[in-house]
Design a protein around this ligand. Sequence first.
Ligand code: AMP
Length: 420
Amino acid sequence: METKAPRGTYDILPPDSAAWHYLERVLRTTAELYGYQEIRTPMFEHTELFERGVGSSSDIVSKEMYTFFDRSNRSLTLRPENTASCARAFIEHRVYSGMLPVKWYYVGPMFRYDRPQTGRFRQFNQFGVEVFGSRSPYLDAEVIILLVNILSNLGLIEYELHLNSVGCPDCRTVYREKLIAHITPAKDSLCEDCQQRYQVNPLRVLDCKKQACHQAIEGYPTLAANLCDNCQQHYSQVQKILGDNGVAFIHDDNLVRGLDYYTNTAFEIHIPGIGAQSAVGGGGRYDGLVEECGGPATPGVGFAMGLERLLLALNLLDIQKGEKPGLDVFVITASDEFEALSFKLVQDLRGAGMKVDKDHNGRGLKAQMKYADRLGAALAVIIGEDEVKNGQLTLRNMATGEQQGVAAVDTIQRIKEMLV
Ligand code: AMP
């Protein structure tokens, strides 16, 4: 039997799971400060949703989806991202007929058949937000500020925010023709992928990672210089709001999203120190998405960020990730005779809201003390023969080694006082 987790997946064991709790707590509380509420969608959806909502020509859909047929021969896909599912839920539950905009956040696993490496997995976790129902540039700025705020709340202050505008279908149609005309004479110098896609999706050539493609199209017309008046104004407003709120950004002509339902703002955040996979989050406006997924025309804007990469950054920068798990109390039993008594005391202490445990493997007194220490207990309660005879227990401060007797009936109260 294969005893390893599948390639590109991994386990999170204690105490590392505490770092995940910490991270998720920061994400949730920061999003809630901005008025976002959680949405939870299924781990798998009909394949067609992603074909439409992410786009068949995207790498995600064409190369990276985990697609399978269920027993009724339906084509289903493990979600590779969550924006399309949010758009589906927005339509399915007719959220559009209520008060808009709606502001959602989500956190959970996504699945992509990607080539695993540092910071890249096949099952990975994203936190994201989606706002449906407003075109206001203040919301483009708000989601970006929220993302930056999350980083700073985590202590990650060294980042690069890249920003661009991809216009709207109107200005992009004209732009595409210009770009194809510029690329065509140089088409033979493009990589194989770009040679295939530049006619259908010339914008993809701009964000190709291959240096040769960049050289081949040098001097290309930029999106920013070809926006219509409305899109130009929207982009200027977003930049101004970010500036007014102290968020530094880099305008990046190569940052594009090649599909028609993406509009206006596109952004990406990098933490340069974390290696080749330095993008921790990205997003933008998608005013055509809800309609593409079969709903009424509704604007939207959002982002997604990768939790593994955030934790990688926290680790590399040696940033403290929340408190150690630890125990409040460890109950030590001097003899088997008192097992039932100690078990009952453990239960009573837990009932009083304390984190408590005891030995279950017949360890001797000394070994139990060591065990208590290893588990990070603040206090130990010792149940010994003399103690039981006299109706007393011993309390030990594990940090200082100080011990004191306490009447059994007062134990819980005394422990509570000592723990504050
Ligand atoms: P995307 O949905 O591709 O825009 O990705 C948004 C963010 O999710 C990226 O900036 C990464 O931080 C993270 N991410 C995307 N793909 C992976 C992956 N295969 N493994 C780990 N993190 C990922």
